[in-house]
Write a protein that binds this ligand. Structure first.
Ligand SMILES: Nc1ncnc2c1ncn2[C@@H]1O[C@H](COP(=O)(O)OP(=O)(O)OP(=O)(O)O)[C@@H](O)[C@H]1O
Ligand SMILES: [Mg+2]
Length: 368
């Protein structure tokens, strides 16, 4: 029998075969694109913990826009965002779609060195053109076809604030003129918070905030069943239940547990609950290395101490007790607690209680 390819995708930024649980957001965005300029869901800021599925949501929203014939410009991550938009992304798009560009390209070809695309593009759209005017031109072209322009930016927290501010002013200008544009950004909650506090990020502050929450138990279970079935195999009902329990609604874990369980089943037709169960030690280890370690890297010592003090409990911790364990005042404990909630590392769990917000974080903290 030929071995079938593993259909699970346990890597960051990789769109899964079966996307579950984000339907409402995608539909709302669809409606916003239909509704026309002024619809609030046309400017969205997606936040969520590492591995919660922000990039996947961004991909899906882009796909919705493309299906409607919109131009989608994914901005580069990190430094150089605006320079690349100005020198490469927009000129290339305009050279391809601007009816006027064809004309100029033909005339230009005779005088400059021929044969390189970049030469043709720079002749068509000289570098002196600003991001604002190129963006406006692209929007105009899109509108002439009854569509628009969607700008997307992943890892918003890593974008240089000056670039964001300049981009914002170009985008805001188009918004004010009621043009067919949309923006979706995605990033880690704390980074987004910091960015919003900066000058020049007003448009981001007005954007609709969408905080990605864990998937529901049945969503994870169904995703597992469908992913396996579409790849020509079967997961038993108990196996799917067990997988969902281990994943705790966390999208990355859905993929990771699925991937490992698929392997554990070897050549068997059916993936069983036992196959799923064997993955647990490895899953905890991967989470620790790929999610918890990076997530805790930027966390100040005082907050780490608080987390470690919480890890002594098997379930939700009493905030009063944690403060007592640390030997700090209740007020001070509360300050630290709020910071950790902002980071989405812990979450309120009823009156006076908090719990860790990432699956297996407790195990990770106990280890070291
Ligand atoms: N809705 C979903 N349904 C099924 N699997 C998903 C879903 N969303 C994300 N995943 C899976 O979860 C993993 C993490 O997704 P993604 O890379 O989008 O997370 P992220 O929030 O962007 O993480 P990071 O903060 O590291 O950028 C990937 O393996 C992806 O395939
Ligand atoms: Mg991502």
């Amino acid at each position: 029998m030929t071995r079938r390819g593993n259909p699970f995708r346990p890597s960051f930024g990789a769109s899964p075969r079966v996307v579950v649980g984000r339907g409402d957001l995608l539909d709302e965005f669809d409606v916003a694109l239909d509704e026309g300029p002024g619809s609030p869901m046309r400017s969205i800021l997606v936040s969520g913990a590492r591995g919660m599925g922000k990039t996947v949501v961004l991909n899906e929203l882009e796909e919705r826009a493309r299906t409607r014939g919109w131009h989608v410009l994914r901005l580069p991550e990190g430094p150089g965002l605006l320079a690349e938009l100005e020198r490469t992304l927009l000129p290339a798009r305009l050279a391809e779609h601007d009816p006027g560009a064809e004309q100029r390209r033909v005339t230009g070809a005779g005088i400059g060195p021929v044969g390189s695309v970049s030469t043709e593009i720079s002749q068509t759209y000289p570098a002196s053109q600003s991001v604002g005017s190129m963006l406006e031109r692209l929007t105009e072209i899109a509108e002439s076809h009854g569509t628009g322009v969607l700008l997307t930016l992943d890892e918003v927290q890593a974008a240089p604030i000056d670039d964001v501010a300049r981009l914002a002013s170009a985008y805001q200008h188009l918004l004010r003129d009621e043009r067919e544009v949309a923006f979706v950004g995605a990033g880690l909650p704390v980074g987004i918070g910091t960015l919003l506090d900066q000058q020049g990020s007003t448009f981001l502050r007005r954007a609709e905030r969408v905080d990605l929450t864990p998937l529901r138990h049945d969503e994870v279970r169904d995703a597992a069943v469908r992913t396996v079935r579409e790849a020509g195999r079967v997961i038993s009902p108990e196996g799917a239940e067990r997988l969902s329990e281990i994943a705790h609604g966390y999208p990355y874990l859905l993929q990771l547990v699925g991937y490992q369980a698929w392997r554990a089943a070897g050549d068997d037709e059916v993936i069983t609950a036992t196959d799923v169960g064997t993955t647990l030690p490895l899953v905890v280890d991967r989470m620790s290395r790929l999610v918890h370690t990076p997530a805790l890297r930027q966390v100040p010592q005082g907050q780490l101490d608080y987390l470690r003090a919480m890890a002594a409990d098997d379930g939700p911790s009493s905030t009063g007790e944690v403060a007592a364990r640390l030997g700090v005042s209740k007020q001070h404990g509360n300050v630290v607690r709020s910071r950790l909630i902002d980071r989405e590392l812990i979450a309120p769990a009823g009156h006076g209680l908090v719990d860790v917000a990432l699956p297996y974080l407790r195990e990770h903290l106990r280890r070291g």
